[in-house]
Design a protein around this ligand. Structure first.
Ligand code: NCD
Ligand code: ZN
Length: 350
């Protein structure tokens, strides 16, 4: 049994950092673990142009704790910025060097997506430009039609939207984010052209029972929603297969406890404090810890055409406690995934 695992420092290819007090409360967790993170643009208001992306990146850099200055853990963290696509995105904005990728939120699919795209036909000029300049398209892959069951929304999106989009833009880099279904895994595997899928730690560890059995558990609710157990098995197979089309994206999405524990609780699971340890647990479940580095640290940079991180981190087997709450301000706190419980690994810093 492997009890210690040293890997190149991982990157998080899908992360919500928020802004203001929430950003200041959560950033350090990601900065300690990951070399880089693709930062989602679904703020209020959303990050729709280069000027806003630049000021958001400045805000993130300024929110790093002073202790992270210098050469220690967290000091090299690099936020990679994304553009929030809207029906009226100016393709010229996407040429700005600030952007590492652009994000397609179908309008009203998830948190802060009201300004998202109402019809892919409206962003043709943006997609053509992205294809030309090599800017990856990151996709929240769910339809929003009311008549489609929430558990089917990913699979229907693949048929109705992503398959034609893939065909119409053969050179476009496409990432199907937070894949949650066997259909999603199969779609990524079969897709031609530069195609990848990110997988969250929580979708590798929980199925919908975790959310609905023994009471409704708002901290297990996210979008796309966790599916039945057979889909979790497909995700585990994909993540641990060594197929570089699949790589790490936590979709860590902090919300105040008061917004989650509500009659209409919002979507998002906050995994940042123990993200790589949770992935290690999942890989260990399948006896494939040897494939964690490919998934967490190598496949992502390869897809994005970026260098791999030079530093290494070590995971050590052993129970570590997860705090039940992390304070954001005097009134607000967030509840991390596994909060009040334990994870089976801890991260050791050299
Ligand atoms: C995300 C959020 O809170 O911003 N929520 C979530 O459940 N994943 C949005 C998203 O990525 O869908
Ligand atoms: Zn997300």
């Amino acid at each position: 049994m492997t009890d210690r695992l040293t890997i190149r420092q991982p990157d998080d290819w899908h992360l919500h950092l928020r802004d203001g007090a929430m950003l200041r409360a959560v950033l350090k967790y990601t900065a300690l673990q990951f070399g880089r993170a693709i930062v989602m643009p679904n703020l209020r208001p959303p990050v729709i142009d280069a000027a806003r992306a630049r000021s958001y990146r400045d805000e993130i850099r300024a929110a790093l704790p002073p202790a992270f200055a210098g050469a220690g853990p967290g000091s090299k963290f690099e936020p990679l910025m994304t553009a929030y696509l809207t029906d009226s995105t100016d393709p010229d904005q996407l040429e700005d060097e600030i952007f590492t990728a652009a994000k397609l939120y179908p309008a009203h699919a998830t948190t802060n997506s009201a300004h998202g795209v109402t019809d892919v036909a409206k962003i043709r000029p943006a997609l053509e430009r992205m294809e030309k300049i090599g800017l990856p398209l990151l996709v929240h892959g769910e339809v929003t039609d009311h008549e489609i069951d929430v558990f089917d929304r990913e699979a229907v999106f693949l048929d109705r939207v992503l398959t034609p989009l893939r065909r119409d833009h053969p050179g476009l880099k496409i990432v199907l984010e937070h894949v949650t279904t066997r259909e999603g895994v199969d779609w990524v595997r079969a897709a031609e052209g530069p195609t990848a899928g990110t997988i969250t730690a929580h979708h590798l560890l929980i199925d919908r029972n975790a959310m609905l059995v023994g009471g409704i558990r708002p901290h297990m609710y996210c979008l796309p929603v966790a599916k039945r157990a057979t889909h979790r098995v497909a995700l585990l197979e994909a993540a641990t297969s060594g197929d570089g089309k699949f790589f790490l994206g936590t979709d860590s999405a902090p919300h105040p406890i008061s917004d989650k524990e509500s009659a209409c609780g919002c979507a998002g699971i906050f995994t940042a404090p123990n993200a790589i340890e949770l992935y290690a647990e999942a890989f260990d479940q399948t006896g494939r810890l040897d494939r964690l580095e490919e998934f967490a640290s190598l496949a992502g940079p390869r897809f994005y055409g970026l260098p791999v991180n030079q530093t290494r981190v070590t995971l050590v087997r052993g129970e570590a406690k997860v705090p039940a709450r992390i304070d954001v301000s005097d009134e607000k706190a967030v509840h991390p995934f596994r909060g009040g419980e334990t994870v089976a690994w801890r991260l050791e810093f050299a």
